[in-house]
Ligand binder design. Structure first.
Ligand SMILES: C[S@@+](CC[C@H](N)C(=O)[O-])C[C@H]1O[C@@H](n2cnc3c(N)ncnc32)[C@H](O)[C@@H]1O
Length: 199
């Protein structure tokens, strides 16, 4: 199955996937750094995971809590013959990450972390992700500007949005001031992406 048809299917079924410009940035970074072990939060139907695997030789662990998405992602990865380089963990990312940390195996293990899961929990996940990321590992977080509301002039339309925006603002500030990052940049094309490198 072509990546294009996975993208079209996701759009037809209203599954949120990485946007065009961010997709390009992700593919370029993966090509450039050729990471060995990748962690992704938020699999959806596997579109970004397939992009990652097609642009490097490494393997990926990707976390998704929606069982329907997990099923479709598994089918898509299998059709692409990438199932041997991918492991989808079904569950809530906060719980899964906490379990991974308990298994000491994953401490300082990942060369690349792509954060694309629940925006309201980015900030709560940061410390756990830093434990799992290797020294010199790449950290990429998508949608940090949340439809332009974060750092924008537009007022949030609902209370739920206000909470997400406040938490994403905290997340951006924490990443910017994080002593464990030696490099930090916020790309504000499309929905905003944070790129950082761990010390
Ligand atoms: C933006 S989508 C991911 C898109 C995917 N990375 C791509 O570009 O192909 C975010 C995903 O995170 C999942 N998600 C939301 N909350 C979650 C949670 N607490 N634990 C695990 N996954 C979660 C959603 O079900 C959704 O599939």
């Amino acid at each position: 199955m072509e990546l294009k048809s996975i993208e079209d299917n996701a759009k037809n079924y209203g599954v949120p996937i990485i946007r065009t410009e961010s997709h390009k940035i992700l593919a370029e970074l993966i090509k450039k750094y050729n990471p060995k072990h990748i962690l992704e939060i938020g699999t959806a139907v596997g579109y970004s995971a397939i992009t990652i695997l097609k642009n490097c030789d490494g393997d990926i662990i990707t976390i998704e809590h929606n069982p329907k998405h997990v099923k479709t992602a598994k089918q898509n990865l299998k059709k692409e013959r990438l199932n041997n380089r991918s492991k989808i963990i079904e569950g809530d990312c906060m719980v899964v990450l906490a379990k991974m940390i308990c298994k000491k195996k994953y401490e300082n293990y990942f060369d690349f972390i792509f954060l694309d899961g629940p925006k309201a929990q980015y900030n709560s996940m940061l410390n756990m992700l830093l434990i799992l990321l290797k020294s010199n590992g790449i950290f990429l977080a998508d949608n940090v500007l949340f439809r332009g509301y974060v750092l924008g002039e537009t007022n949030a339309p609902t209370k739920r949005y206000k909470t997400i925006i406040k938490r994403l603002n905290d997340f951006i500030e924490n990443c910017k001031n994080c002593p464990e990052f030696i490099e930090f940049s916020l790309n504000n094309t499309e929905d905003g992406m944070i790129f950082a490198i761990k010390r």
